[in-house]
Ligand binder design. Structure first.
Ligand code: AMP
Length: 300
């Protein structure tokens, strides 16, 4: 494979979009782009690509002509009872979306490439931000995320890396890791892409049947109500949590995991919404076979 950096990425067809599986291959492709004076962006994904990922690739293309999309279902961020085995793997369709979005190369390594000495040989942890919310529900999740993202950053060496606000806590964990370990990359957050009815686009939405898909809109409706209440003057974080909880619990097909109102930087739970700091409402709920998360920044 040769990722010819002189090819304008926008002219790629799915068949001509290179897929690298070895670290040295993707490094060579990046080196030739750099030699041609191009900025390099990384969009880390687990594949099963959708409109949310497409937005990340588009944003990356605006700032860097050479966009690497990594596709890797990372085993270390899944718990033993989670969906690692059945997580959708759709590389052919993903290649089409990456080509349309203007990616220059896909990096799709095997597990043994990313973890040559086993899954817990060496790891990174960001304890300050990893204990609460998703971290409390999914022990070890952010250790897996931080570790794989640091590996991807070290393999690709991008100028910029793009992460969705859909996984808000993940974004904060990555930002903190990059700052604390002085990783030479700029992290760019990308706003949540939603379906017309408000549901945050997610690879896991494909686990839902028609009825569950309809029920899943309860997450964004609950967050919308929370935003509305704060805009109308509600200042008690507990009252906002109650609005979130009651709305989700009103949907019989949904089972709430957590409903939190937190400082948007530190993720610490808030009591009052009167601080100069930004506040965010975060939700996780199970709908049928899918565990879904969503969030919205609350008005200041
Ligand atoms: P994943 O493939 O689920 O690991 O997601 C890869 C990246 O895409 C992460 O940075 C996610 O936050 C981001 N992402 C996933 N869904 C969305 C969405 N609906 N809007 C914006 N970004 C998203």
């Amino acid at each position: 494979m040769a990722a010819d950096s002189a090819d304008p990425a926008s002219e790629r067809t799915p068949e001509s979009l290179p897929i690298c599986s070895a670290c040295a291959e993707v490094r060579r492709a990046v080196a030739s782009a750099r030699a041609a004076g191009q900025r390099v962006a990384l969009v880390p994904t687990m594949g099963a690509l959708h409109a949310g990922h497409e937005r990340l690739i588009e944003q990356a293309r605006r700032e860097a002509p050479f966009v690497v999309v990594s596709i890797f279902v990372n085993p270390t961020q899944f718990g033993p009872a989670e969906d690692f085995e059945r997580y959708p793997r759709t590389l052919d369709a993903d290649r089409g979306l990456c080509a349309r979005g203007g990616a220059a190369v896909i990096f799709a390594p095997a597990v043994a490439t990313m973890y040559p000495h086993g899954l817990d040989a060496t790891y990174v942890e960001v304890p300050a931000l990893s204990a609460v919310l998703e971290g409390a529900s999914r022990p070890g999740h952010f250790r897996g995320v931080a570790t794989v993202v640091l590996k991807l950053l070290n393999i690709v060496g991008p100028d910029l890396a793009f992460f969705g606000e859909k996984d808000y806590q993940q974004l904060r964990v990555i930002e903190r890791m990059v700052a604390d370990l002085v990783v030479p990359v700029t992290i760019r957050p990308v706003p949540i892409v939603r379906e017309p009815d408000g549901l945050a686009v997610s690879s896991r939405n494909r686990y839902l049947n028609g009825e569950e898909r309809q029920a899943a809109t309860v997450l964004s409706r609950a967050l919308g109500r929370a935003v509305g209440a704060v805009a109308a003057g509600e200042r008690s974080a507990d009252r906002v949590r109650q609005i979130l909880r009651q709305t989700v619990e009103s949907e019989v097909l949904a089972r709430l995991d957590y409903a939190e109102v937190a400082d948007a930087e530190t993720l610490e739970p808030l009591e009052r919404l009167e601080t100069p700091r930004r506040a965010i409402a975060l939700l996780a709920a199970r709908v049928g076979p899918a565990r879904l998360i969503d969030n919205m920044v609350l008005p200041s």
